[in-house]
Ligand binder design. Structure first.
Ligand code: FES
Ligand code: FES
Length: 198
C-alpha cells in the first residue's frame, strides 16, 4: 500500500525532473558545445591498442581497450573464466593470479602493464592433465564449499608456499588474509597449505 510520504515523494520527484529537463532545453547551444569540448579534452577516449601477452605459456595477440583490466581481459576477451570477479575493487582476492611468479590482483592490474610478463591463472596450474598439489590438497582438506573464492585462494596458497610464509598457522593466516571466503572454509584452506608446505 502506498503511503502519504511516498505519494509526496513521487510528486516531488516528477516536478523536480520536469524542471530539470525544461532548464536543460533552455541552455544555449554555445554552452553545450563548450561543455563537450572540455569533456573531450579532459576525459580519456576509448582507444584500442594491439597487445601481445603470454598467459599460461601461450601467446595471445589482441586489440584491446587501453582501460581494460587484466581480470576483464582474461574473462571477457580470452575466455579464461577460472579467475573470478568478486568485488572488482581490490578487496576480496577472488581475482588473484600470478604475474612473473608473484601474486597480483588482476582487477587492479591494467593490461597496459602486462606485455613482456608471464601471467599464470588457475587454468595454468595443472600439468599434463594432473592437478597441482595445492589443488589436490584443497580437495582432500575441504578447502572450499561453493568454490567461488577458490581459484584466488589457490593462487595465493601457491604463492604462500613458494615465498616461504608457512612457518606457523598464524603466518599462513596473515599471508592469506587478503583472500576472503564467504563460506568460511578458512580452516580447510590452512590445512591444505600446511599439507603442501615443505
Ligand atoms: S575482484 Fe579483485 S580483489 Fe575482489
Ligand atoms: S568457498 Fe564459498 S566463498 Fe569461499
Amino acid at each position: 500500500m502506498k503511503t502519504e510520504a511516498s505519494n509526496t515523494y513521487s510528486r516531488r520527484f516528477f516536478i523536480k525532473s520536469s524542471s530539470a529537463f525544461t532548464t536543460l532545453a533552455f541552455i544555449p547551444n554555445s554552452v553545450k558545445s563548450f561543455f563537450y569540448q572540455v569533456k573531450e579534452k579532459f576525459f580519456v577516449k576509448k582507444q584500442k591498442i594491439p597487445l601481445s601477452v603470454s598467459i599460461n605459456n601461450k601467446e595471445y595477440r589482441l586489440d584491446v581497450d587501453t582501460r581494460t583490466t587484466l581480470l576483464d581481459l582474461l574473462r571477457e576477451n580470452i575466455g579464461l573464466t577460472g579467475t573470478k570477479k568478486g568485488c572488482d575493487h581490490g578487496q576480496c582476492g577472488a581475482c588473484t593470479v600470478h604475474i612473473d611468479g608473484e601474486r597480483r590482483l588482476s582487477c587492479l592490474t591494467l593490461t597496459a602493464m602486462i606485455p613482456g610478463k608471464e601471467i599464470t591463472t588457475i587454468e595454468g596450474l595443472a600439468k599434463d592433465g594432473k592437478l597441482h598439489p595445492m589443488q589436490e590438497a584443497f580437495i582432500e582438506n575441504d578447502g572450499f564449499q561453493c568454490g567461488y573464492c577458490t581459484p584466488g585462494q589457490i593462487m595465493s596458497a601457491v604463492a604462500c608456499v613458494q615465498e616461504g610464509h608457512t612457518g606457523s598457522t598464524e603466518e599462513i593466516k596473515e599471508f592469506m588474509s587478503g583472500n576472503l571466503c564467504r563460506c568460511a572454509a578458512y580452516n580447510g584452506i590452512t590445512r591444505a597449505i600446511q599439507k603442501v608446505a615443505p
